[in-house]
Design a protein around this ligand. Structure first.
Ligand SMILES: Cc1cc2nc3c(=O)[nH]c(=O)nc-3n(C[C@H](O)[C@H](O)[C@H](O)COP(=O)(O)O)c2cc1C
Length: 197
C-alpha cells in the first residue's frame, strides 16, 4: 500500500477542490490510498489560535502525516505570486524531518489555485518546490503528451496542475484532468519507489 498525502491550504475553496480531484487520481491506482490534510491559518500572538480540529473539511496535518507518507501533493492558493503563509509556516516546522531525511527519495508534486491567468501560477508552483527539494524529494512534472496540458486555455502547467479562479470560475475539465493525472502519477511513482531509497 502507498499512502499519498495531499497537503494543502485553501482560503476560498479552489485549492481544496483541486485536492479532491488529485485524490481521485491517486485512488484510481490499485494499492494506493489518498490522505487529505490541511493546515490552520497563521495567527498573530494577539489573536485566538485555531482549534486543533477544523469545524469542517480535511483534518489538520501533523508532522507524523508527512513522515509516514510515501508520496506528497502540496497545494496552495497563489498569494502574491508565492505559496500562502499558512502553508509556509507549516513547512517551516518540518526541520526534524529535514534532519532525519524522512522525506528523502519520496515523490512529490505541487498544485495551485490562482486568481488571474497571469497572476503567478508558475511562480507559486516553483515556490512550493523549493522546500521539497531541500527535503530531498523527487519532483514530478505533468507530461507534455497529456492532451489536457496542450489544449487548456485556463490552468495547467508542466510544473503541476493549476486552476484559474477568475470570476469564481469552476475547475474546467482540463484542469480537473490534470489534477487527476498528478494523483495517478504520484501513486504509481510511490509504489515503484517504495523501499528504493
Ligand atoms: C493575500 C492574497 C494574495 C493574492 N495574490 C494573488 C496573486 O498574486 N495573483 C493572483 O492571480 N491572485 C492572487 N490572489 C487570488 C487567489 O490566488 C485566488 O483567489 C485563489 O483561487 C484562491 O485559492 P483558494 O480558493 O484555494 O483560497 C490573492 C488572494 C489573496 C487573499
Amino acid at each position: 500500500m502507498a499512502k499519498i498525502l495531499i497537503l494543502y491550504y485553501s482560503r476560498d475553496g479552489g485549492t481544496a477542490r483541486m485536492a479532491q480531484h488529485i485524490a481521485r487520481g491517486v485512488e484510481s491506482v490499485a494499492g494506493a490510498e489518498a490522505l487529505l490534510r490541511t493546515v490552520p491559518e497563521v495567527s498573530a500572538v494577539s489573536e485566538k489560535v485555531a482549534d486543533s480540529i477544523p469545524d469542517s473539511g480535511a483534518p489538520y496535518a501533523s508532522l507524523n502525516d508527512l513522515e509516514n507518507c510515501d508520496g506528497l501533493a502540496l497545494g496552495s492558493p497563489t498569494h502574491f505570486g508565492n505559496m500562502a503563509a499558512a502553508l509556509k509556516y507549516f513547512l517551516d516546522s518540518s526541520t526534524p524531518l529535514w534532519f532525519s531525511g524522512a522525506l528523502s527519495g519520496k515523490p512529490a508534486g505541487v498544485f495551485t489555485s490562482t486568481g488571474s491567468m497571469h497572476g503567478g501560477h508558475e511562480t507559486t508552483l516553483l515556490s512550493m518546490m523549493l522546500p521539497l527539494m531541500h527535503h530531498g524529494m523527487l519532483l514530478l512534472s505533468l507530461p507534455c503528451n497529456e492532451i489536457a496540458l496542450r489544449e487548456t486555455v485556463s490552468g495547467g502547467t508542466p510544473y503541476g496542475p493549476s486552476h484559474c479562479s477568475e470570476a469564481d470560475a469552476e475547475l474546467t475539465e482540463h484542469e480537473k484532468r490534470l489534477c487527476w493525472v498528478l494523483g495517478e502519477r504520484l501513486a504509481k511513482a510511490a509504489l515503484a519507489l517504495k523501499g528504493a531509497f
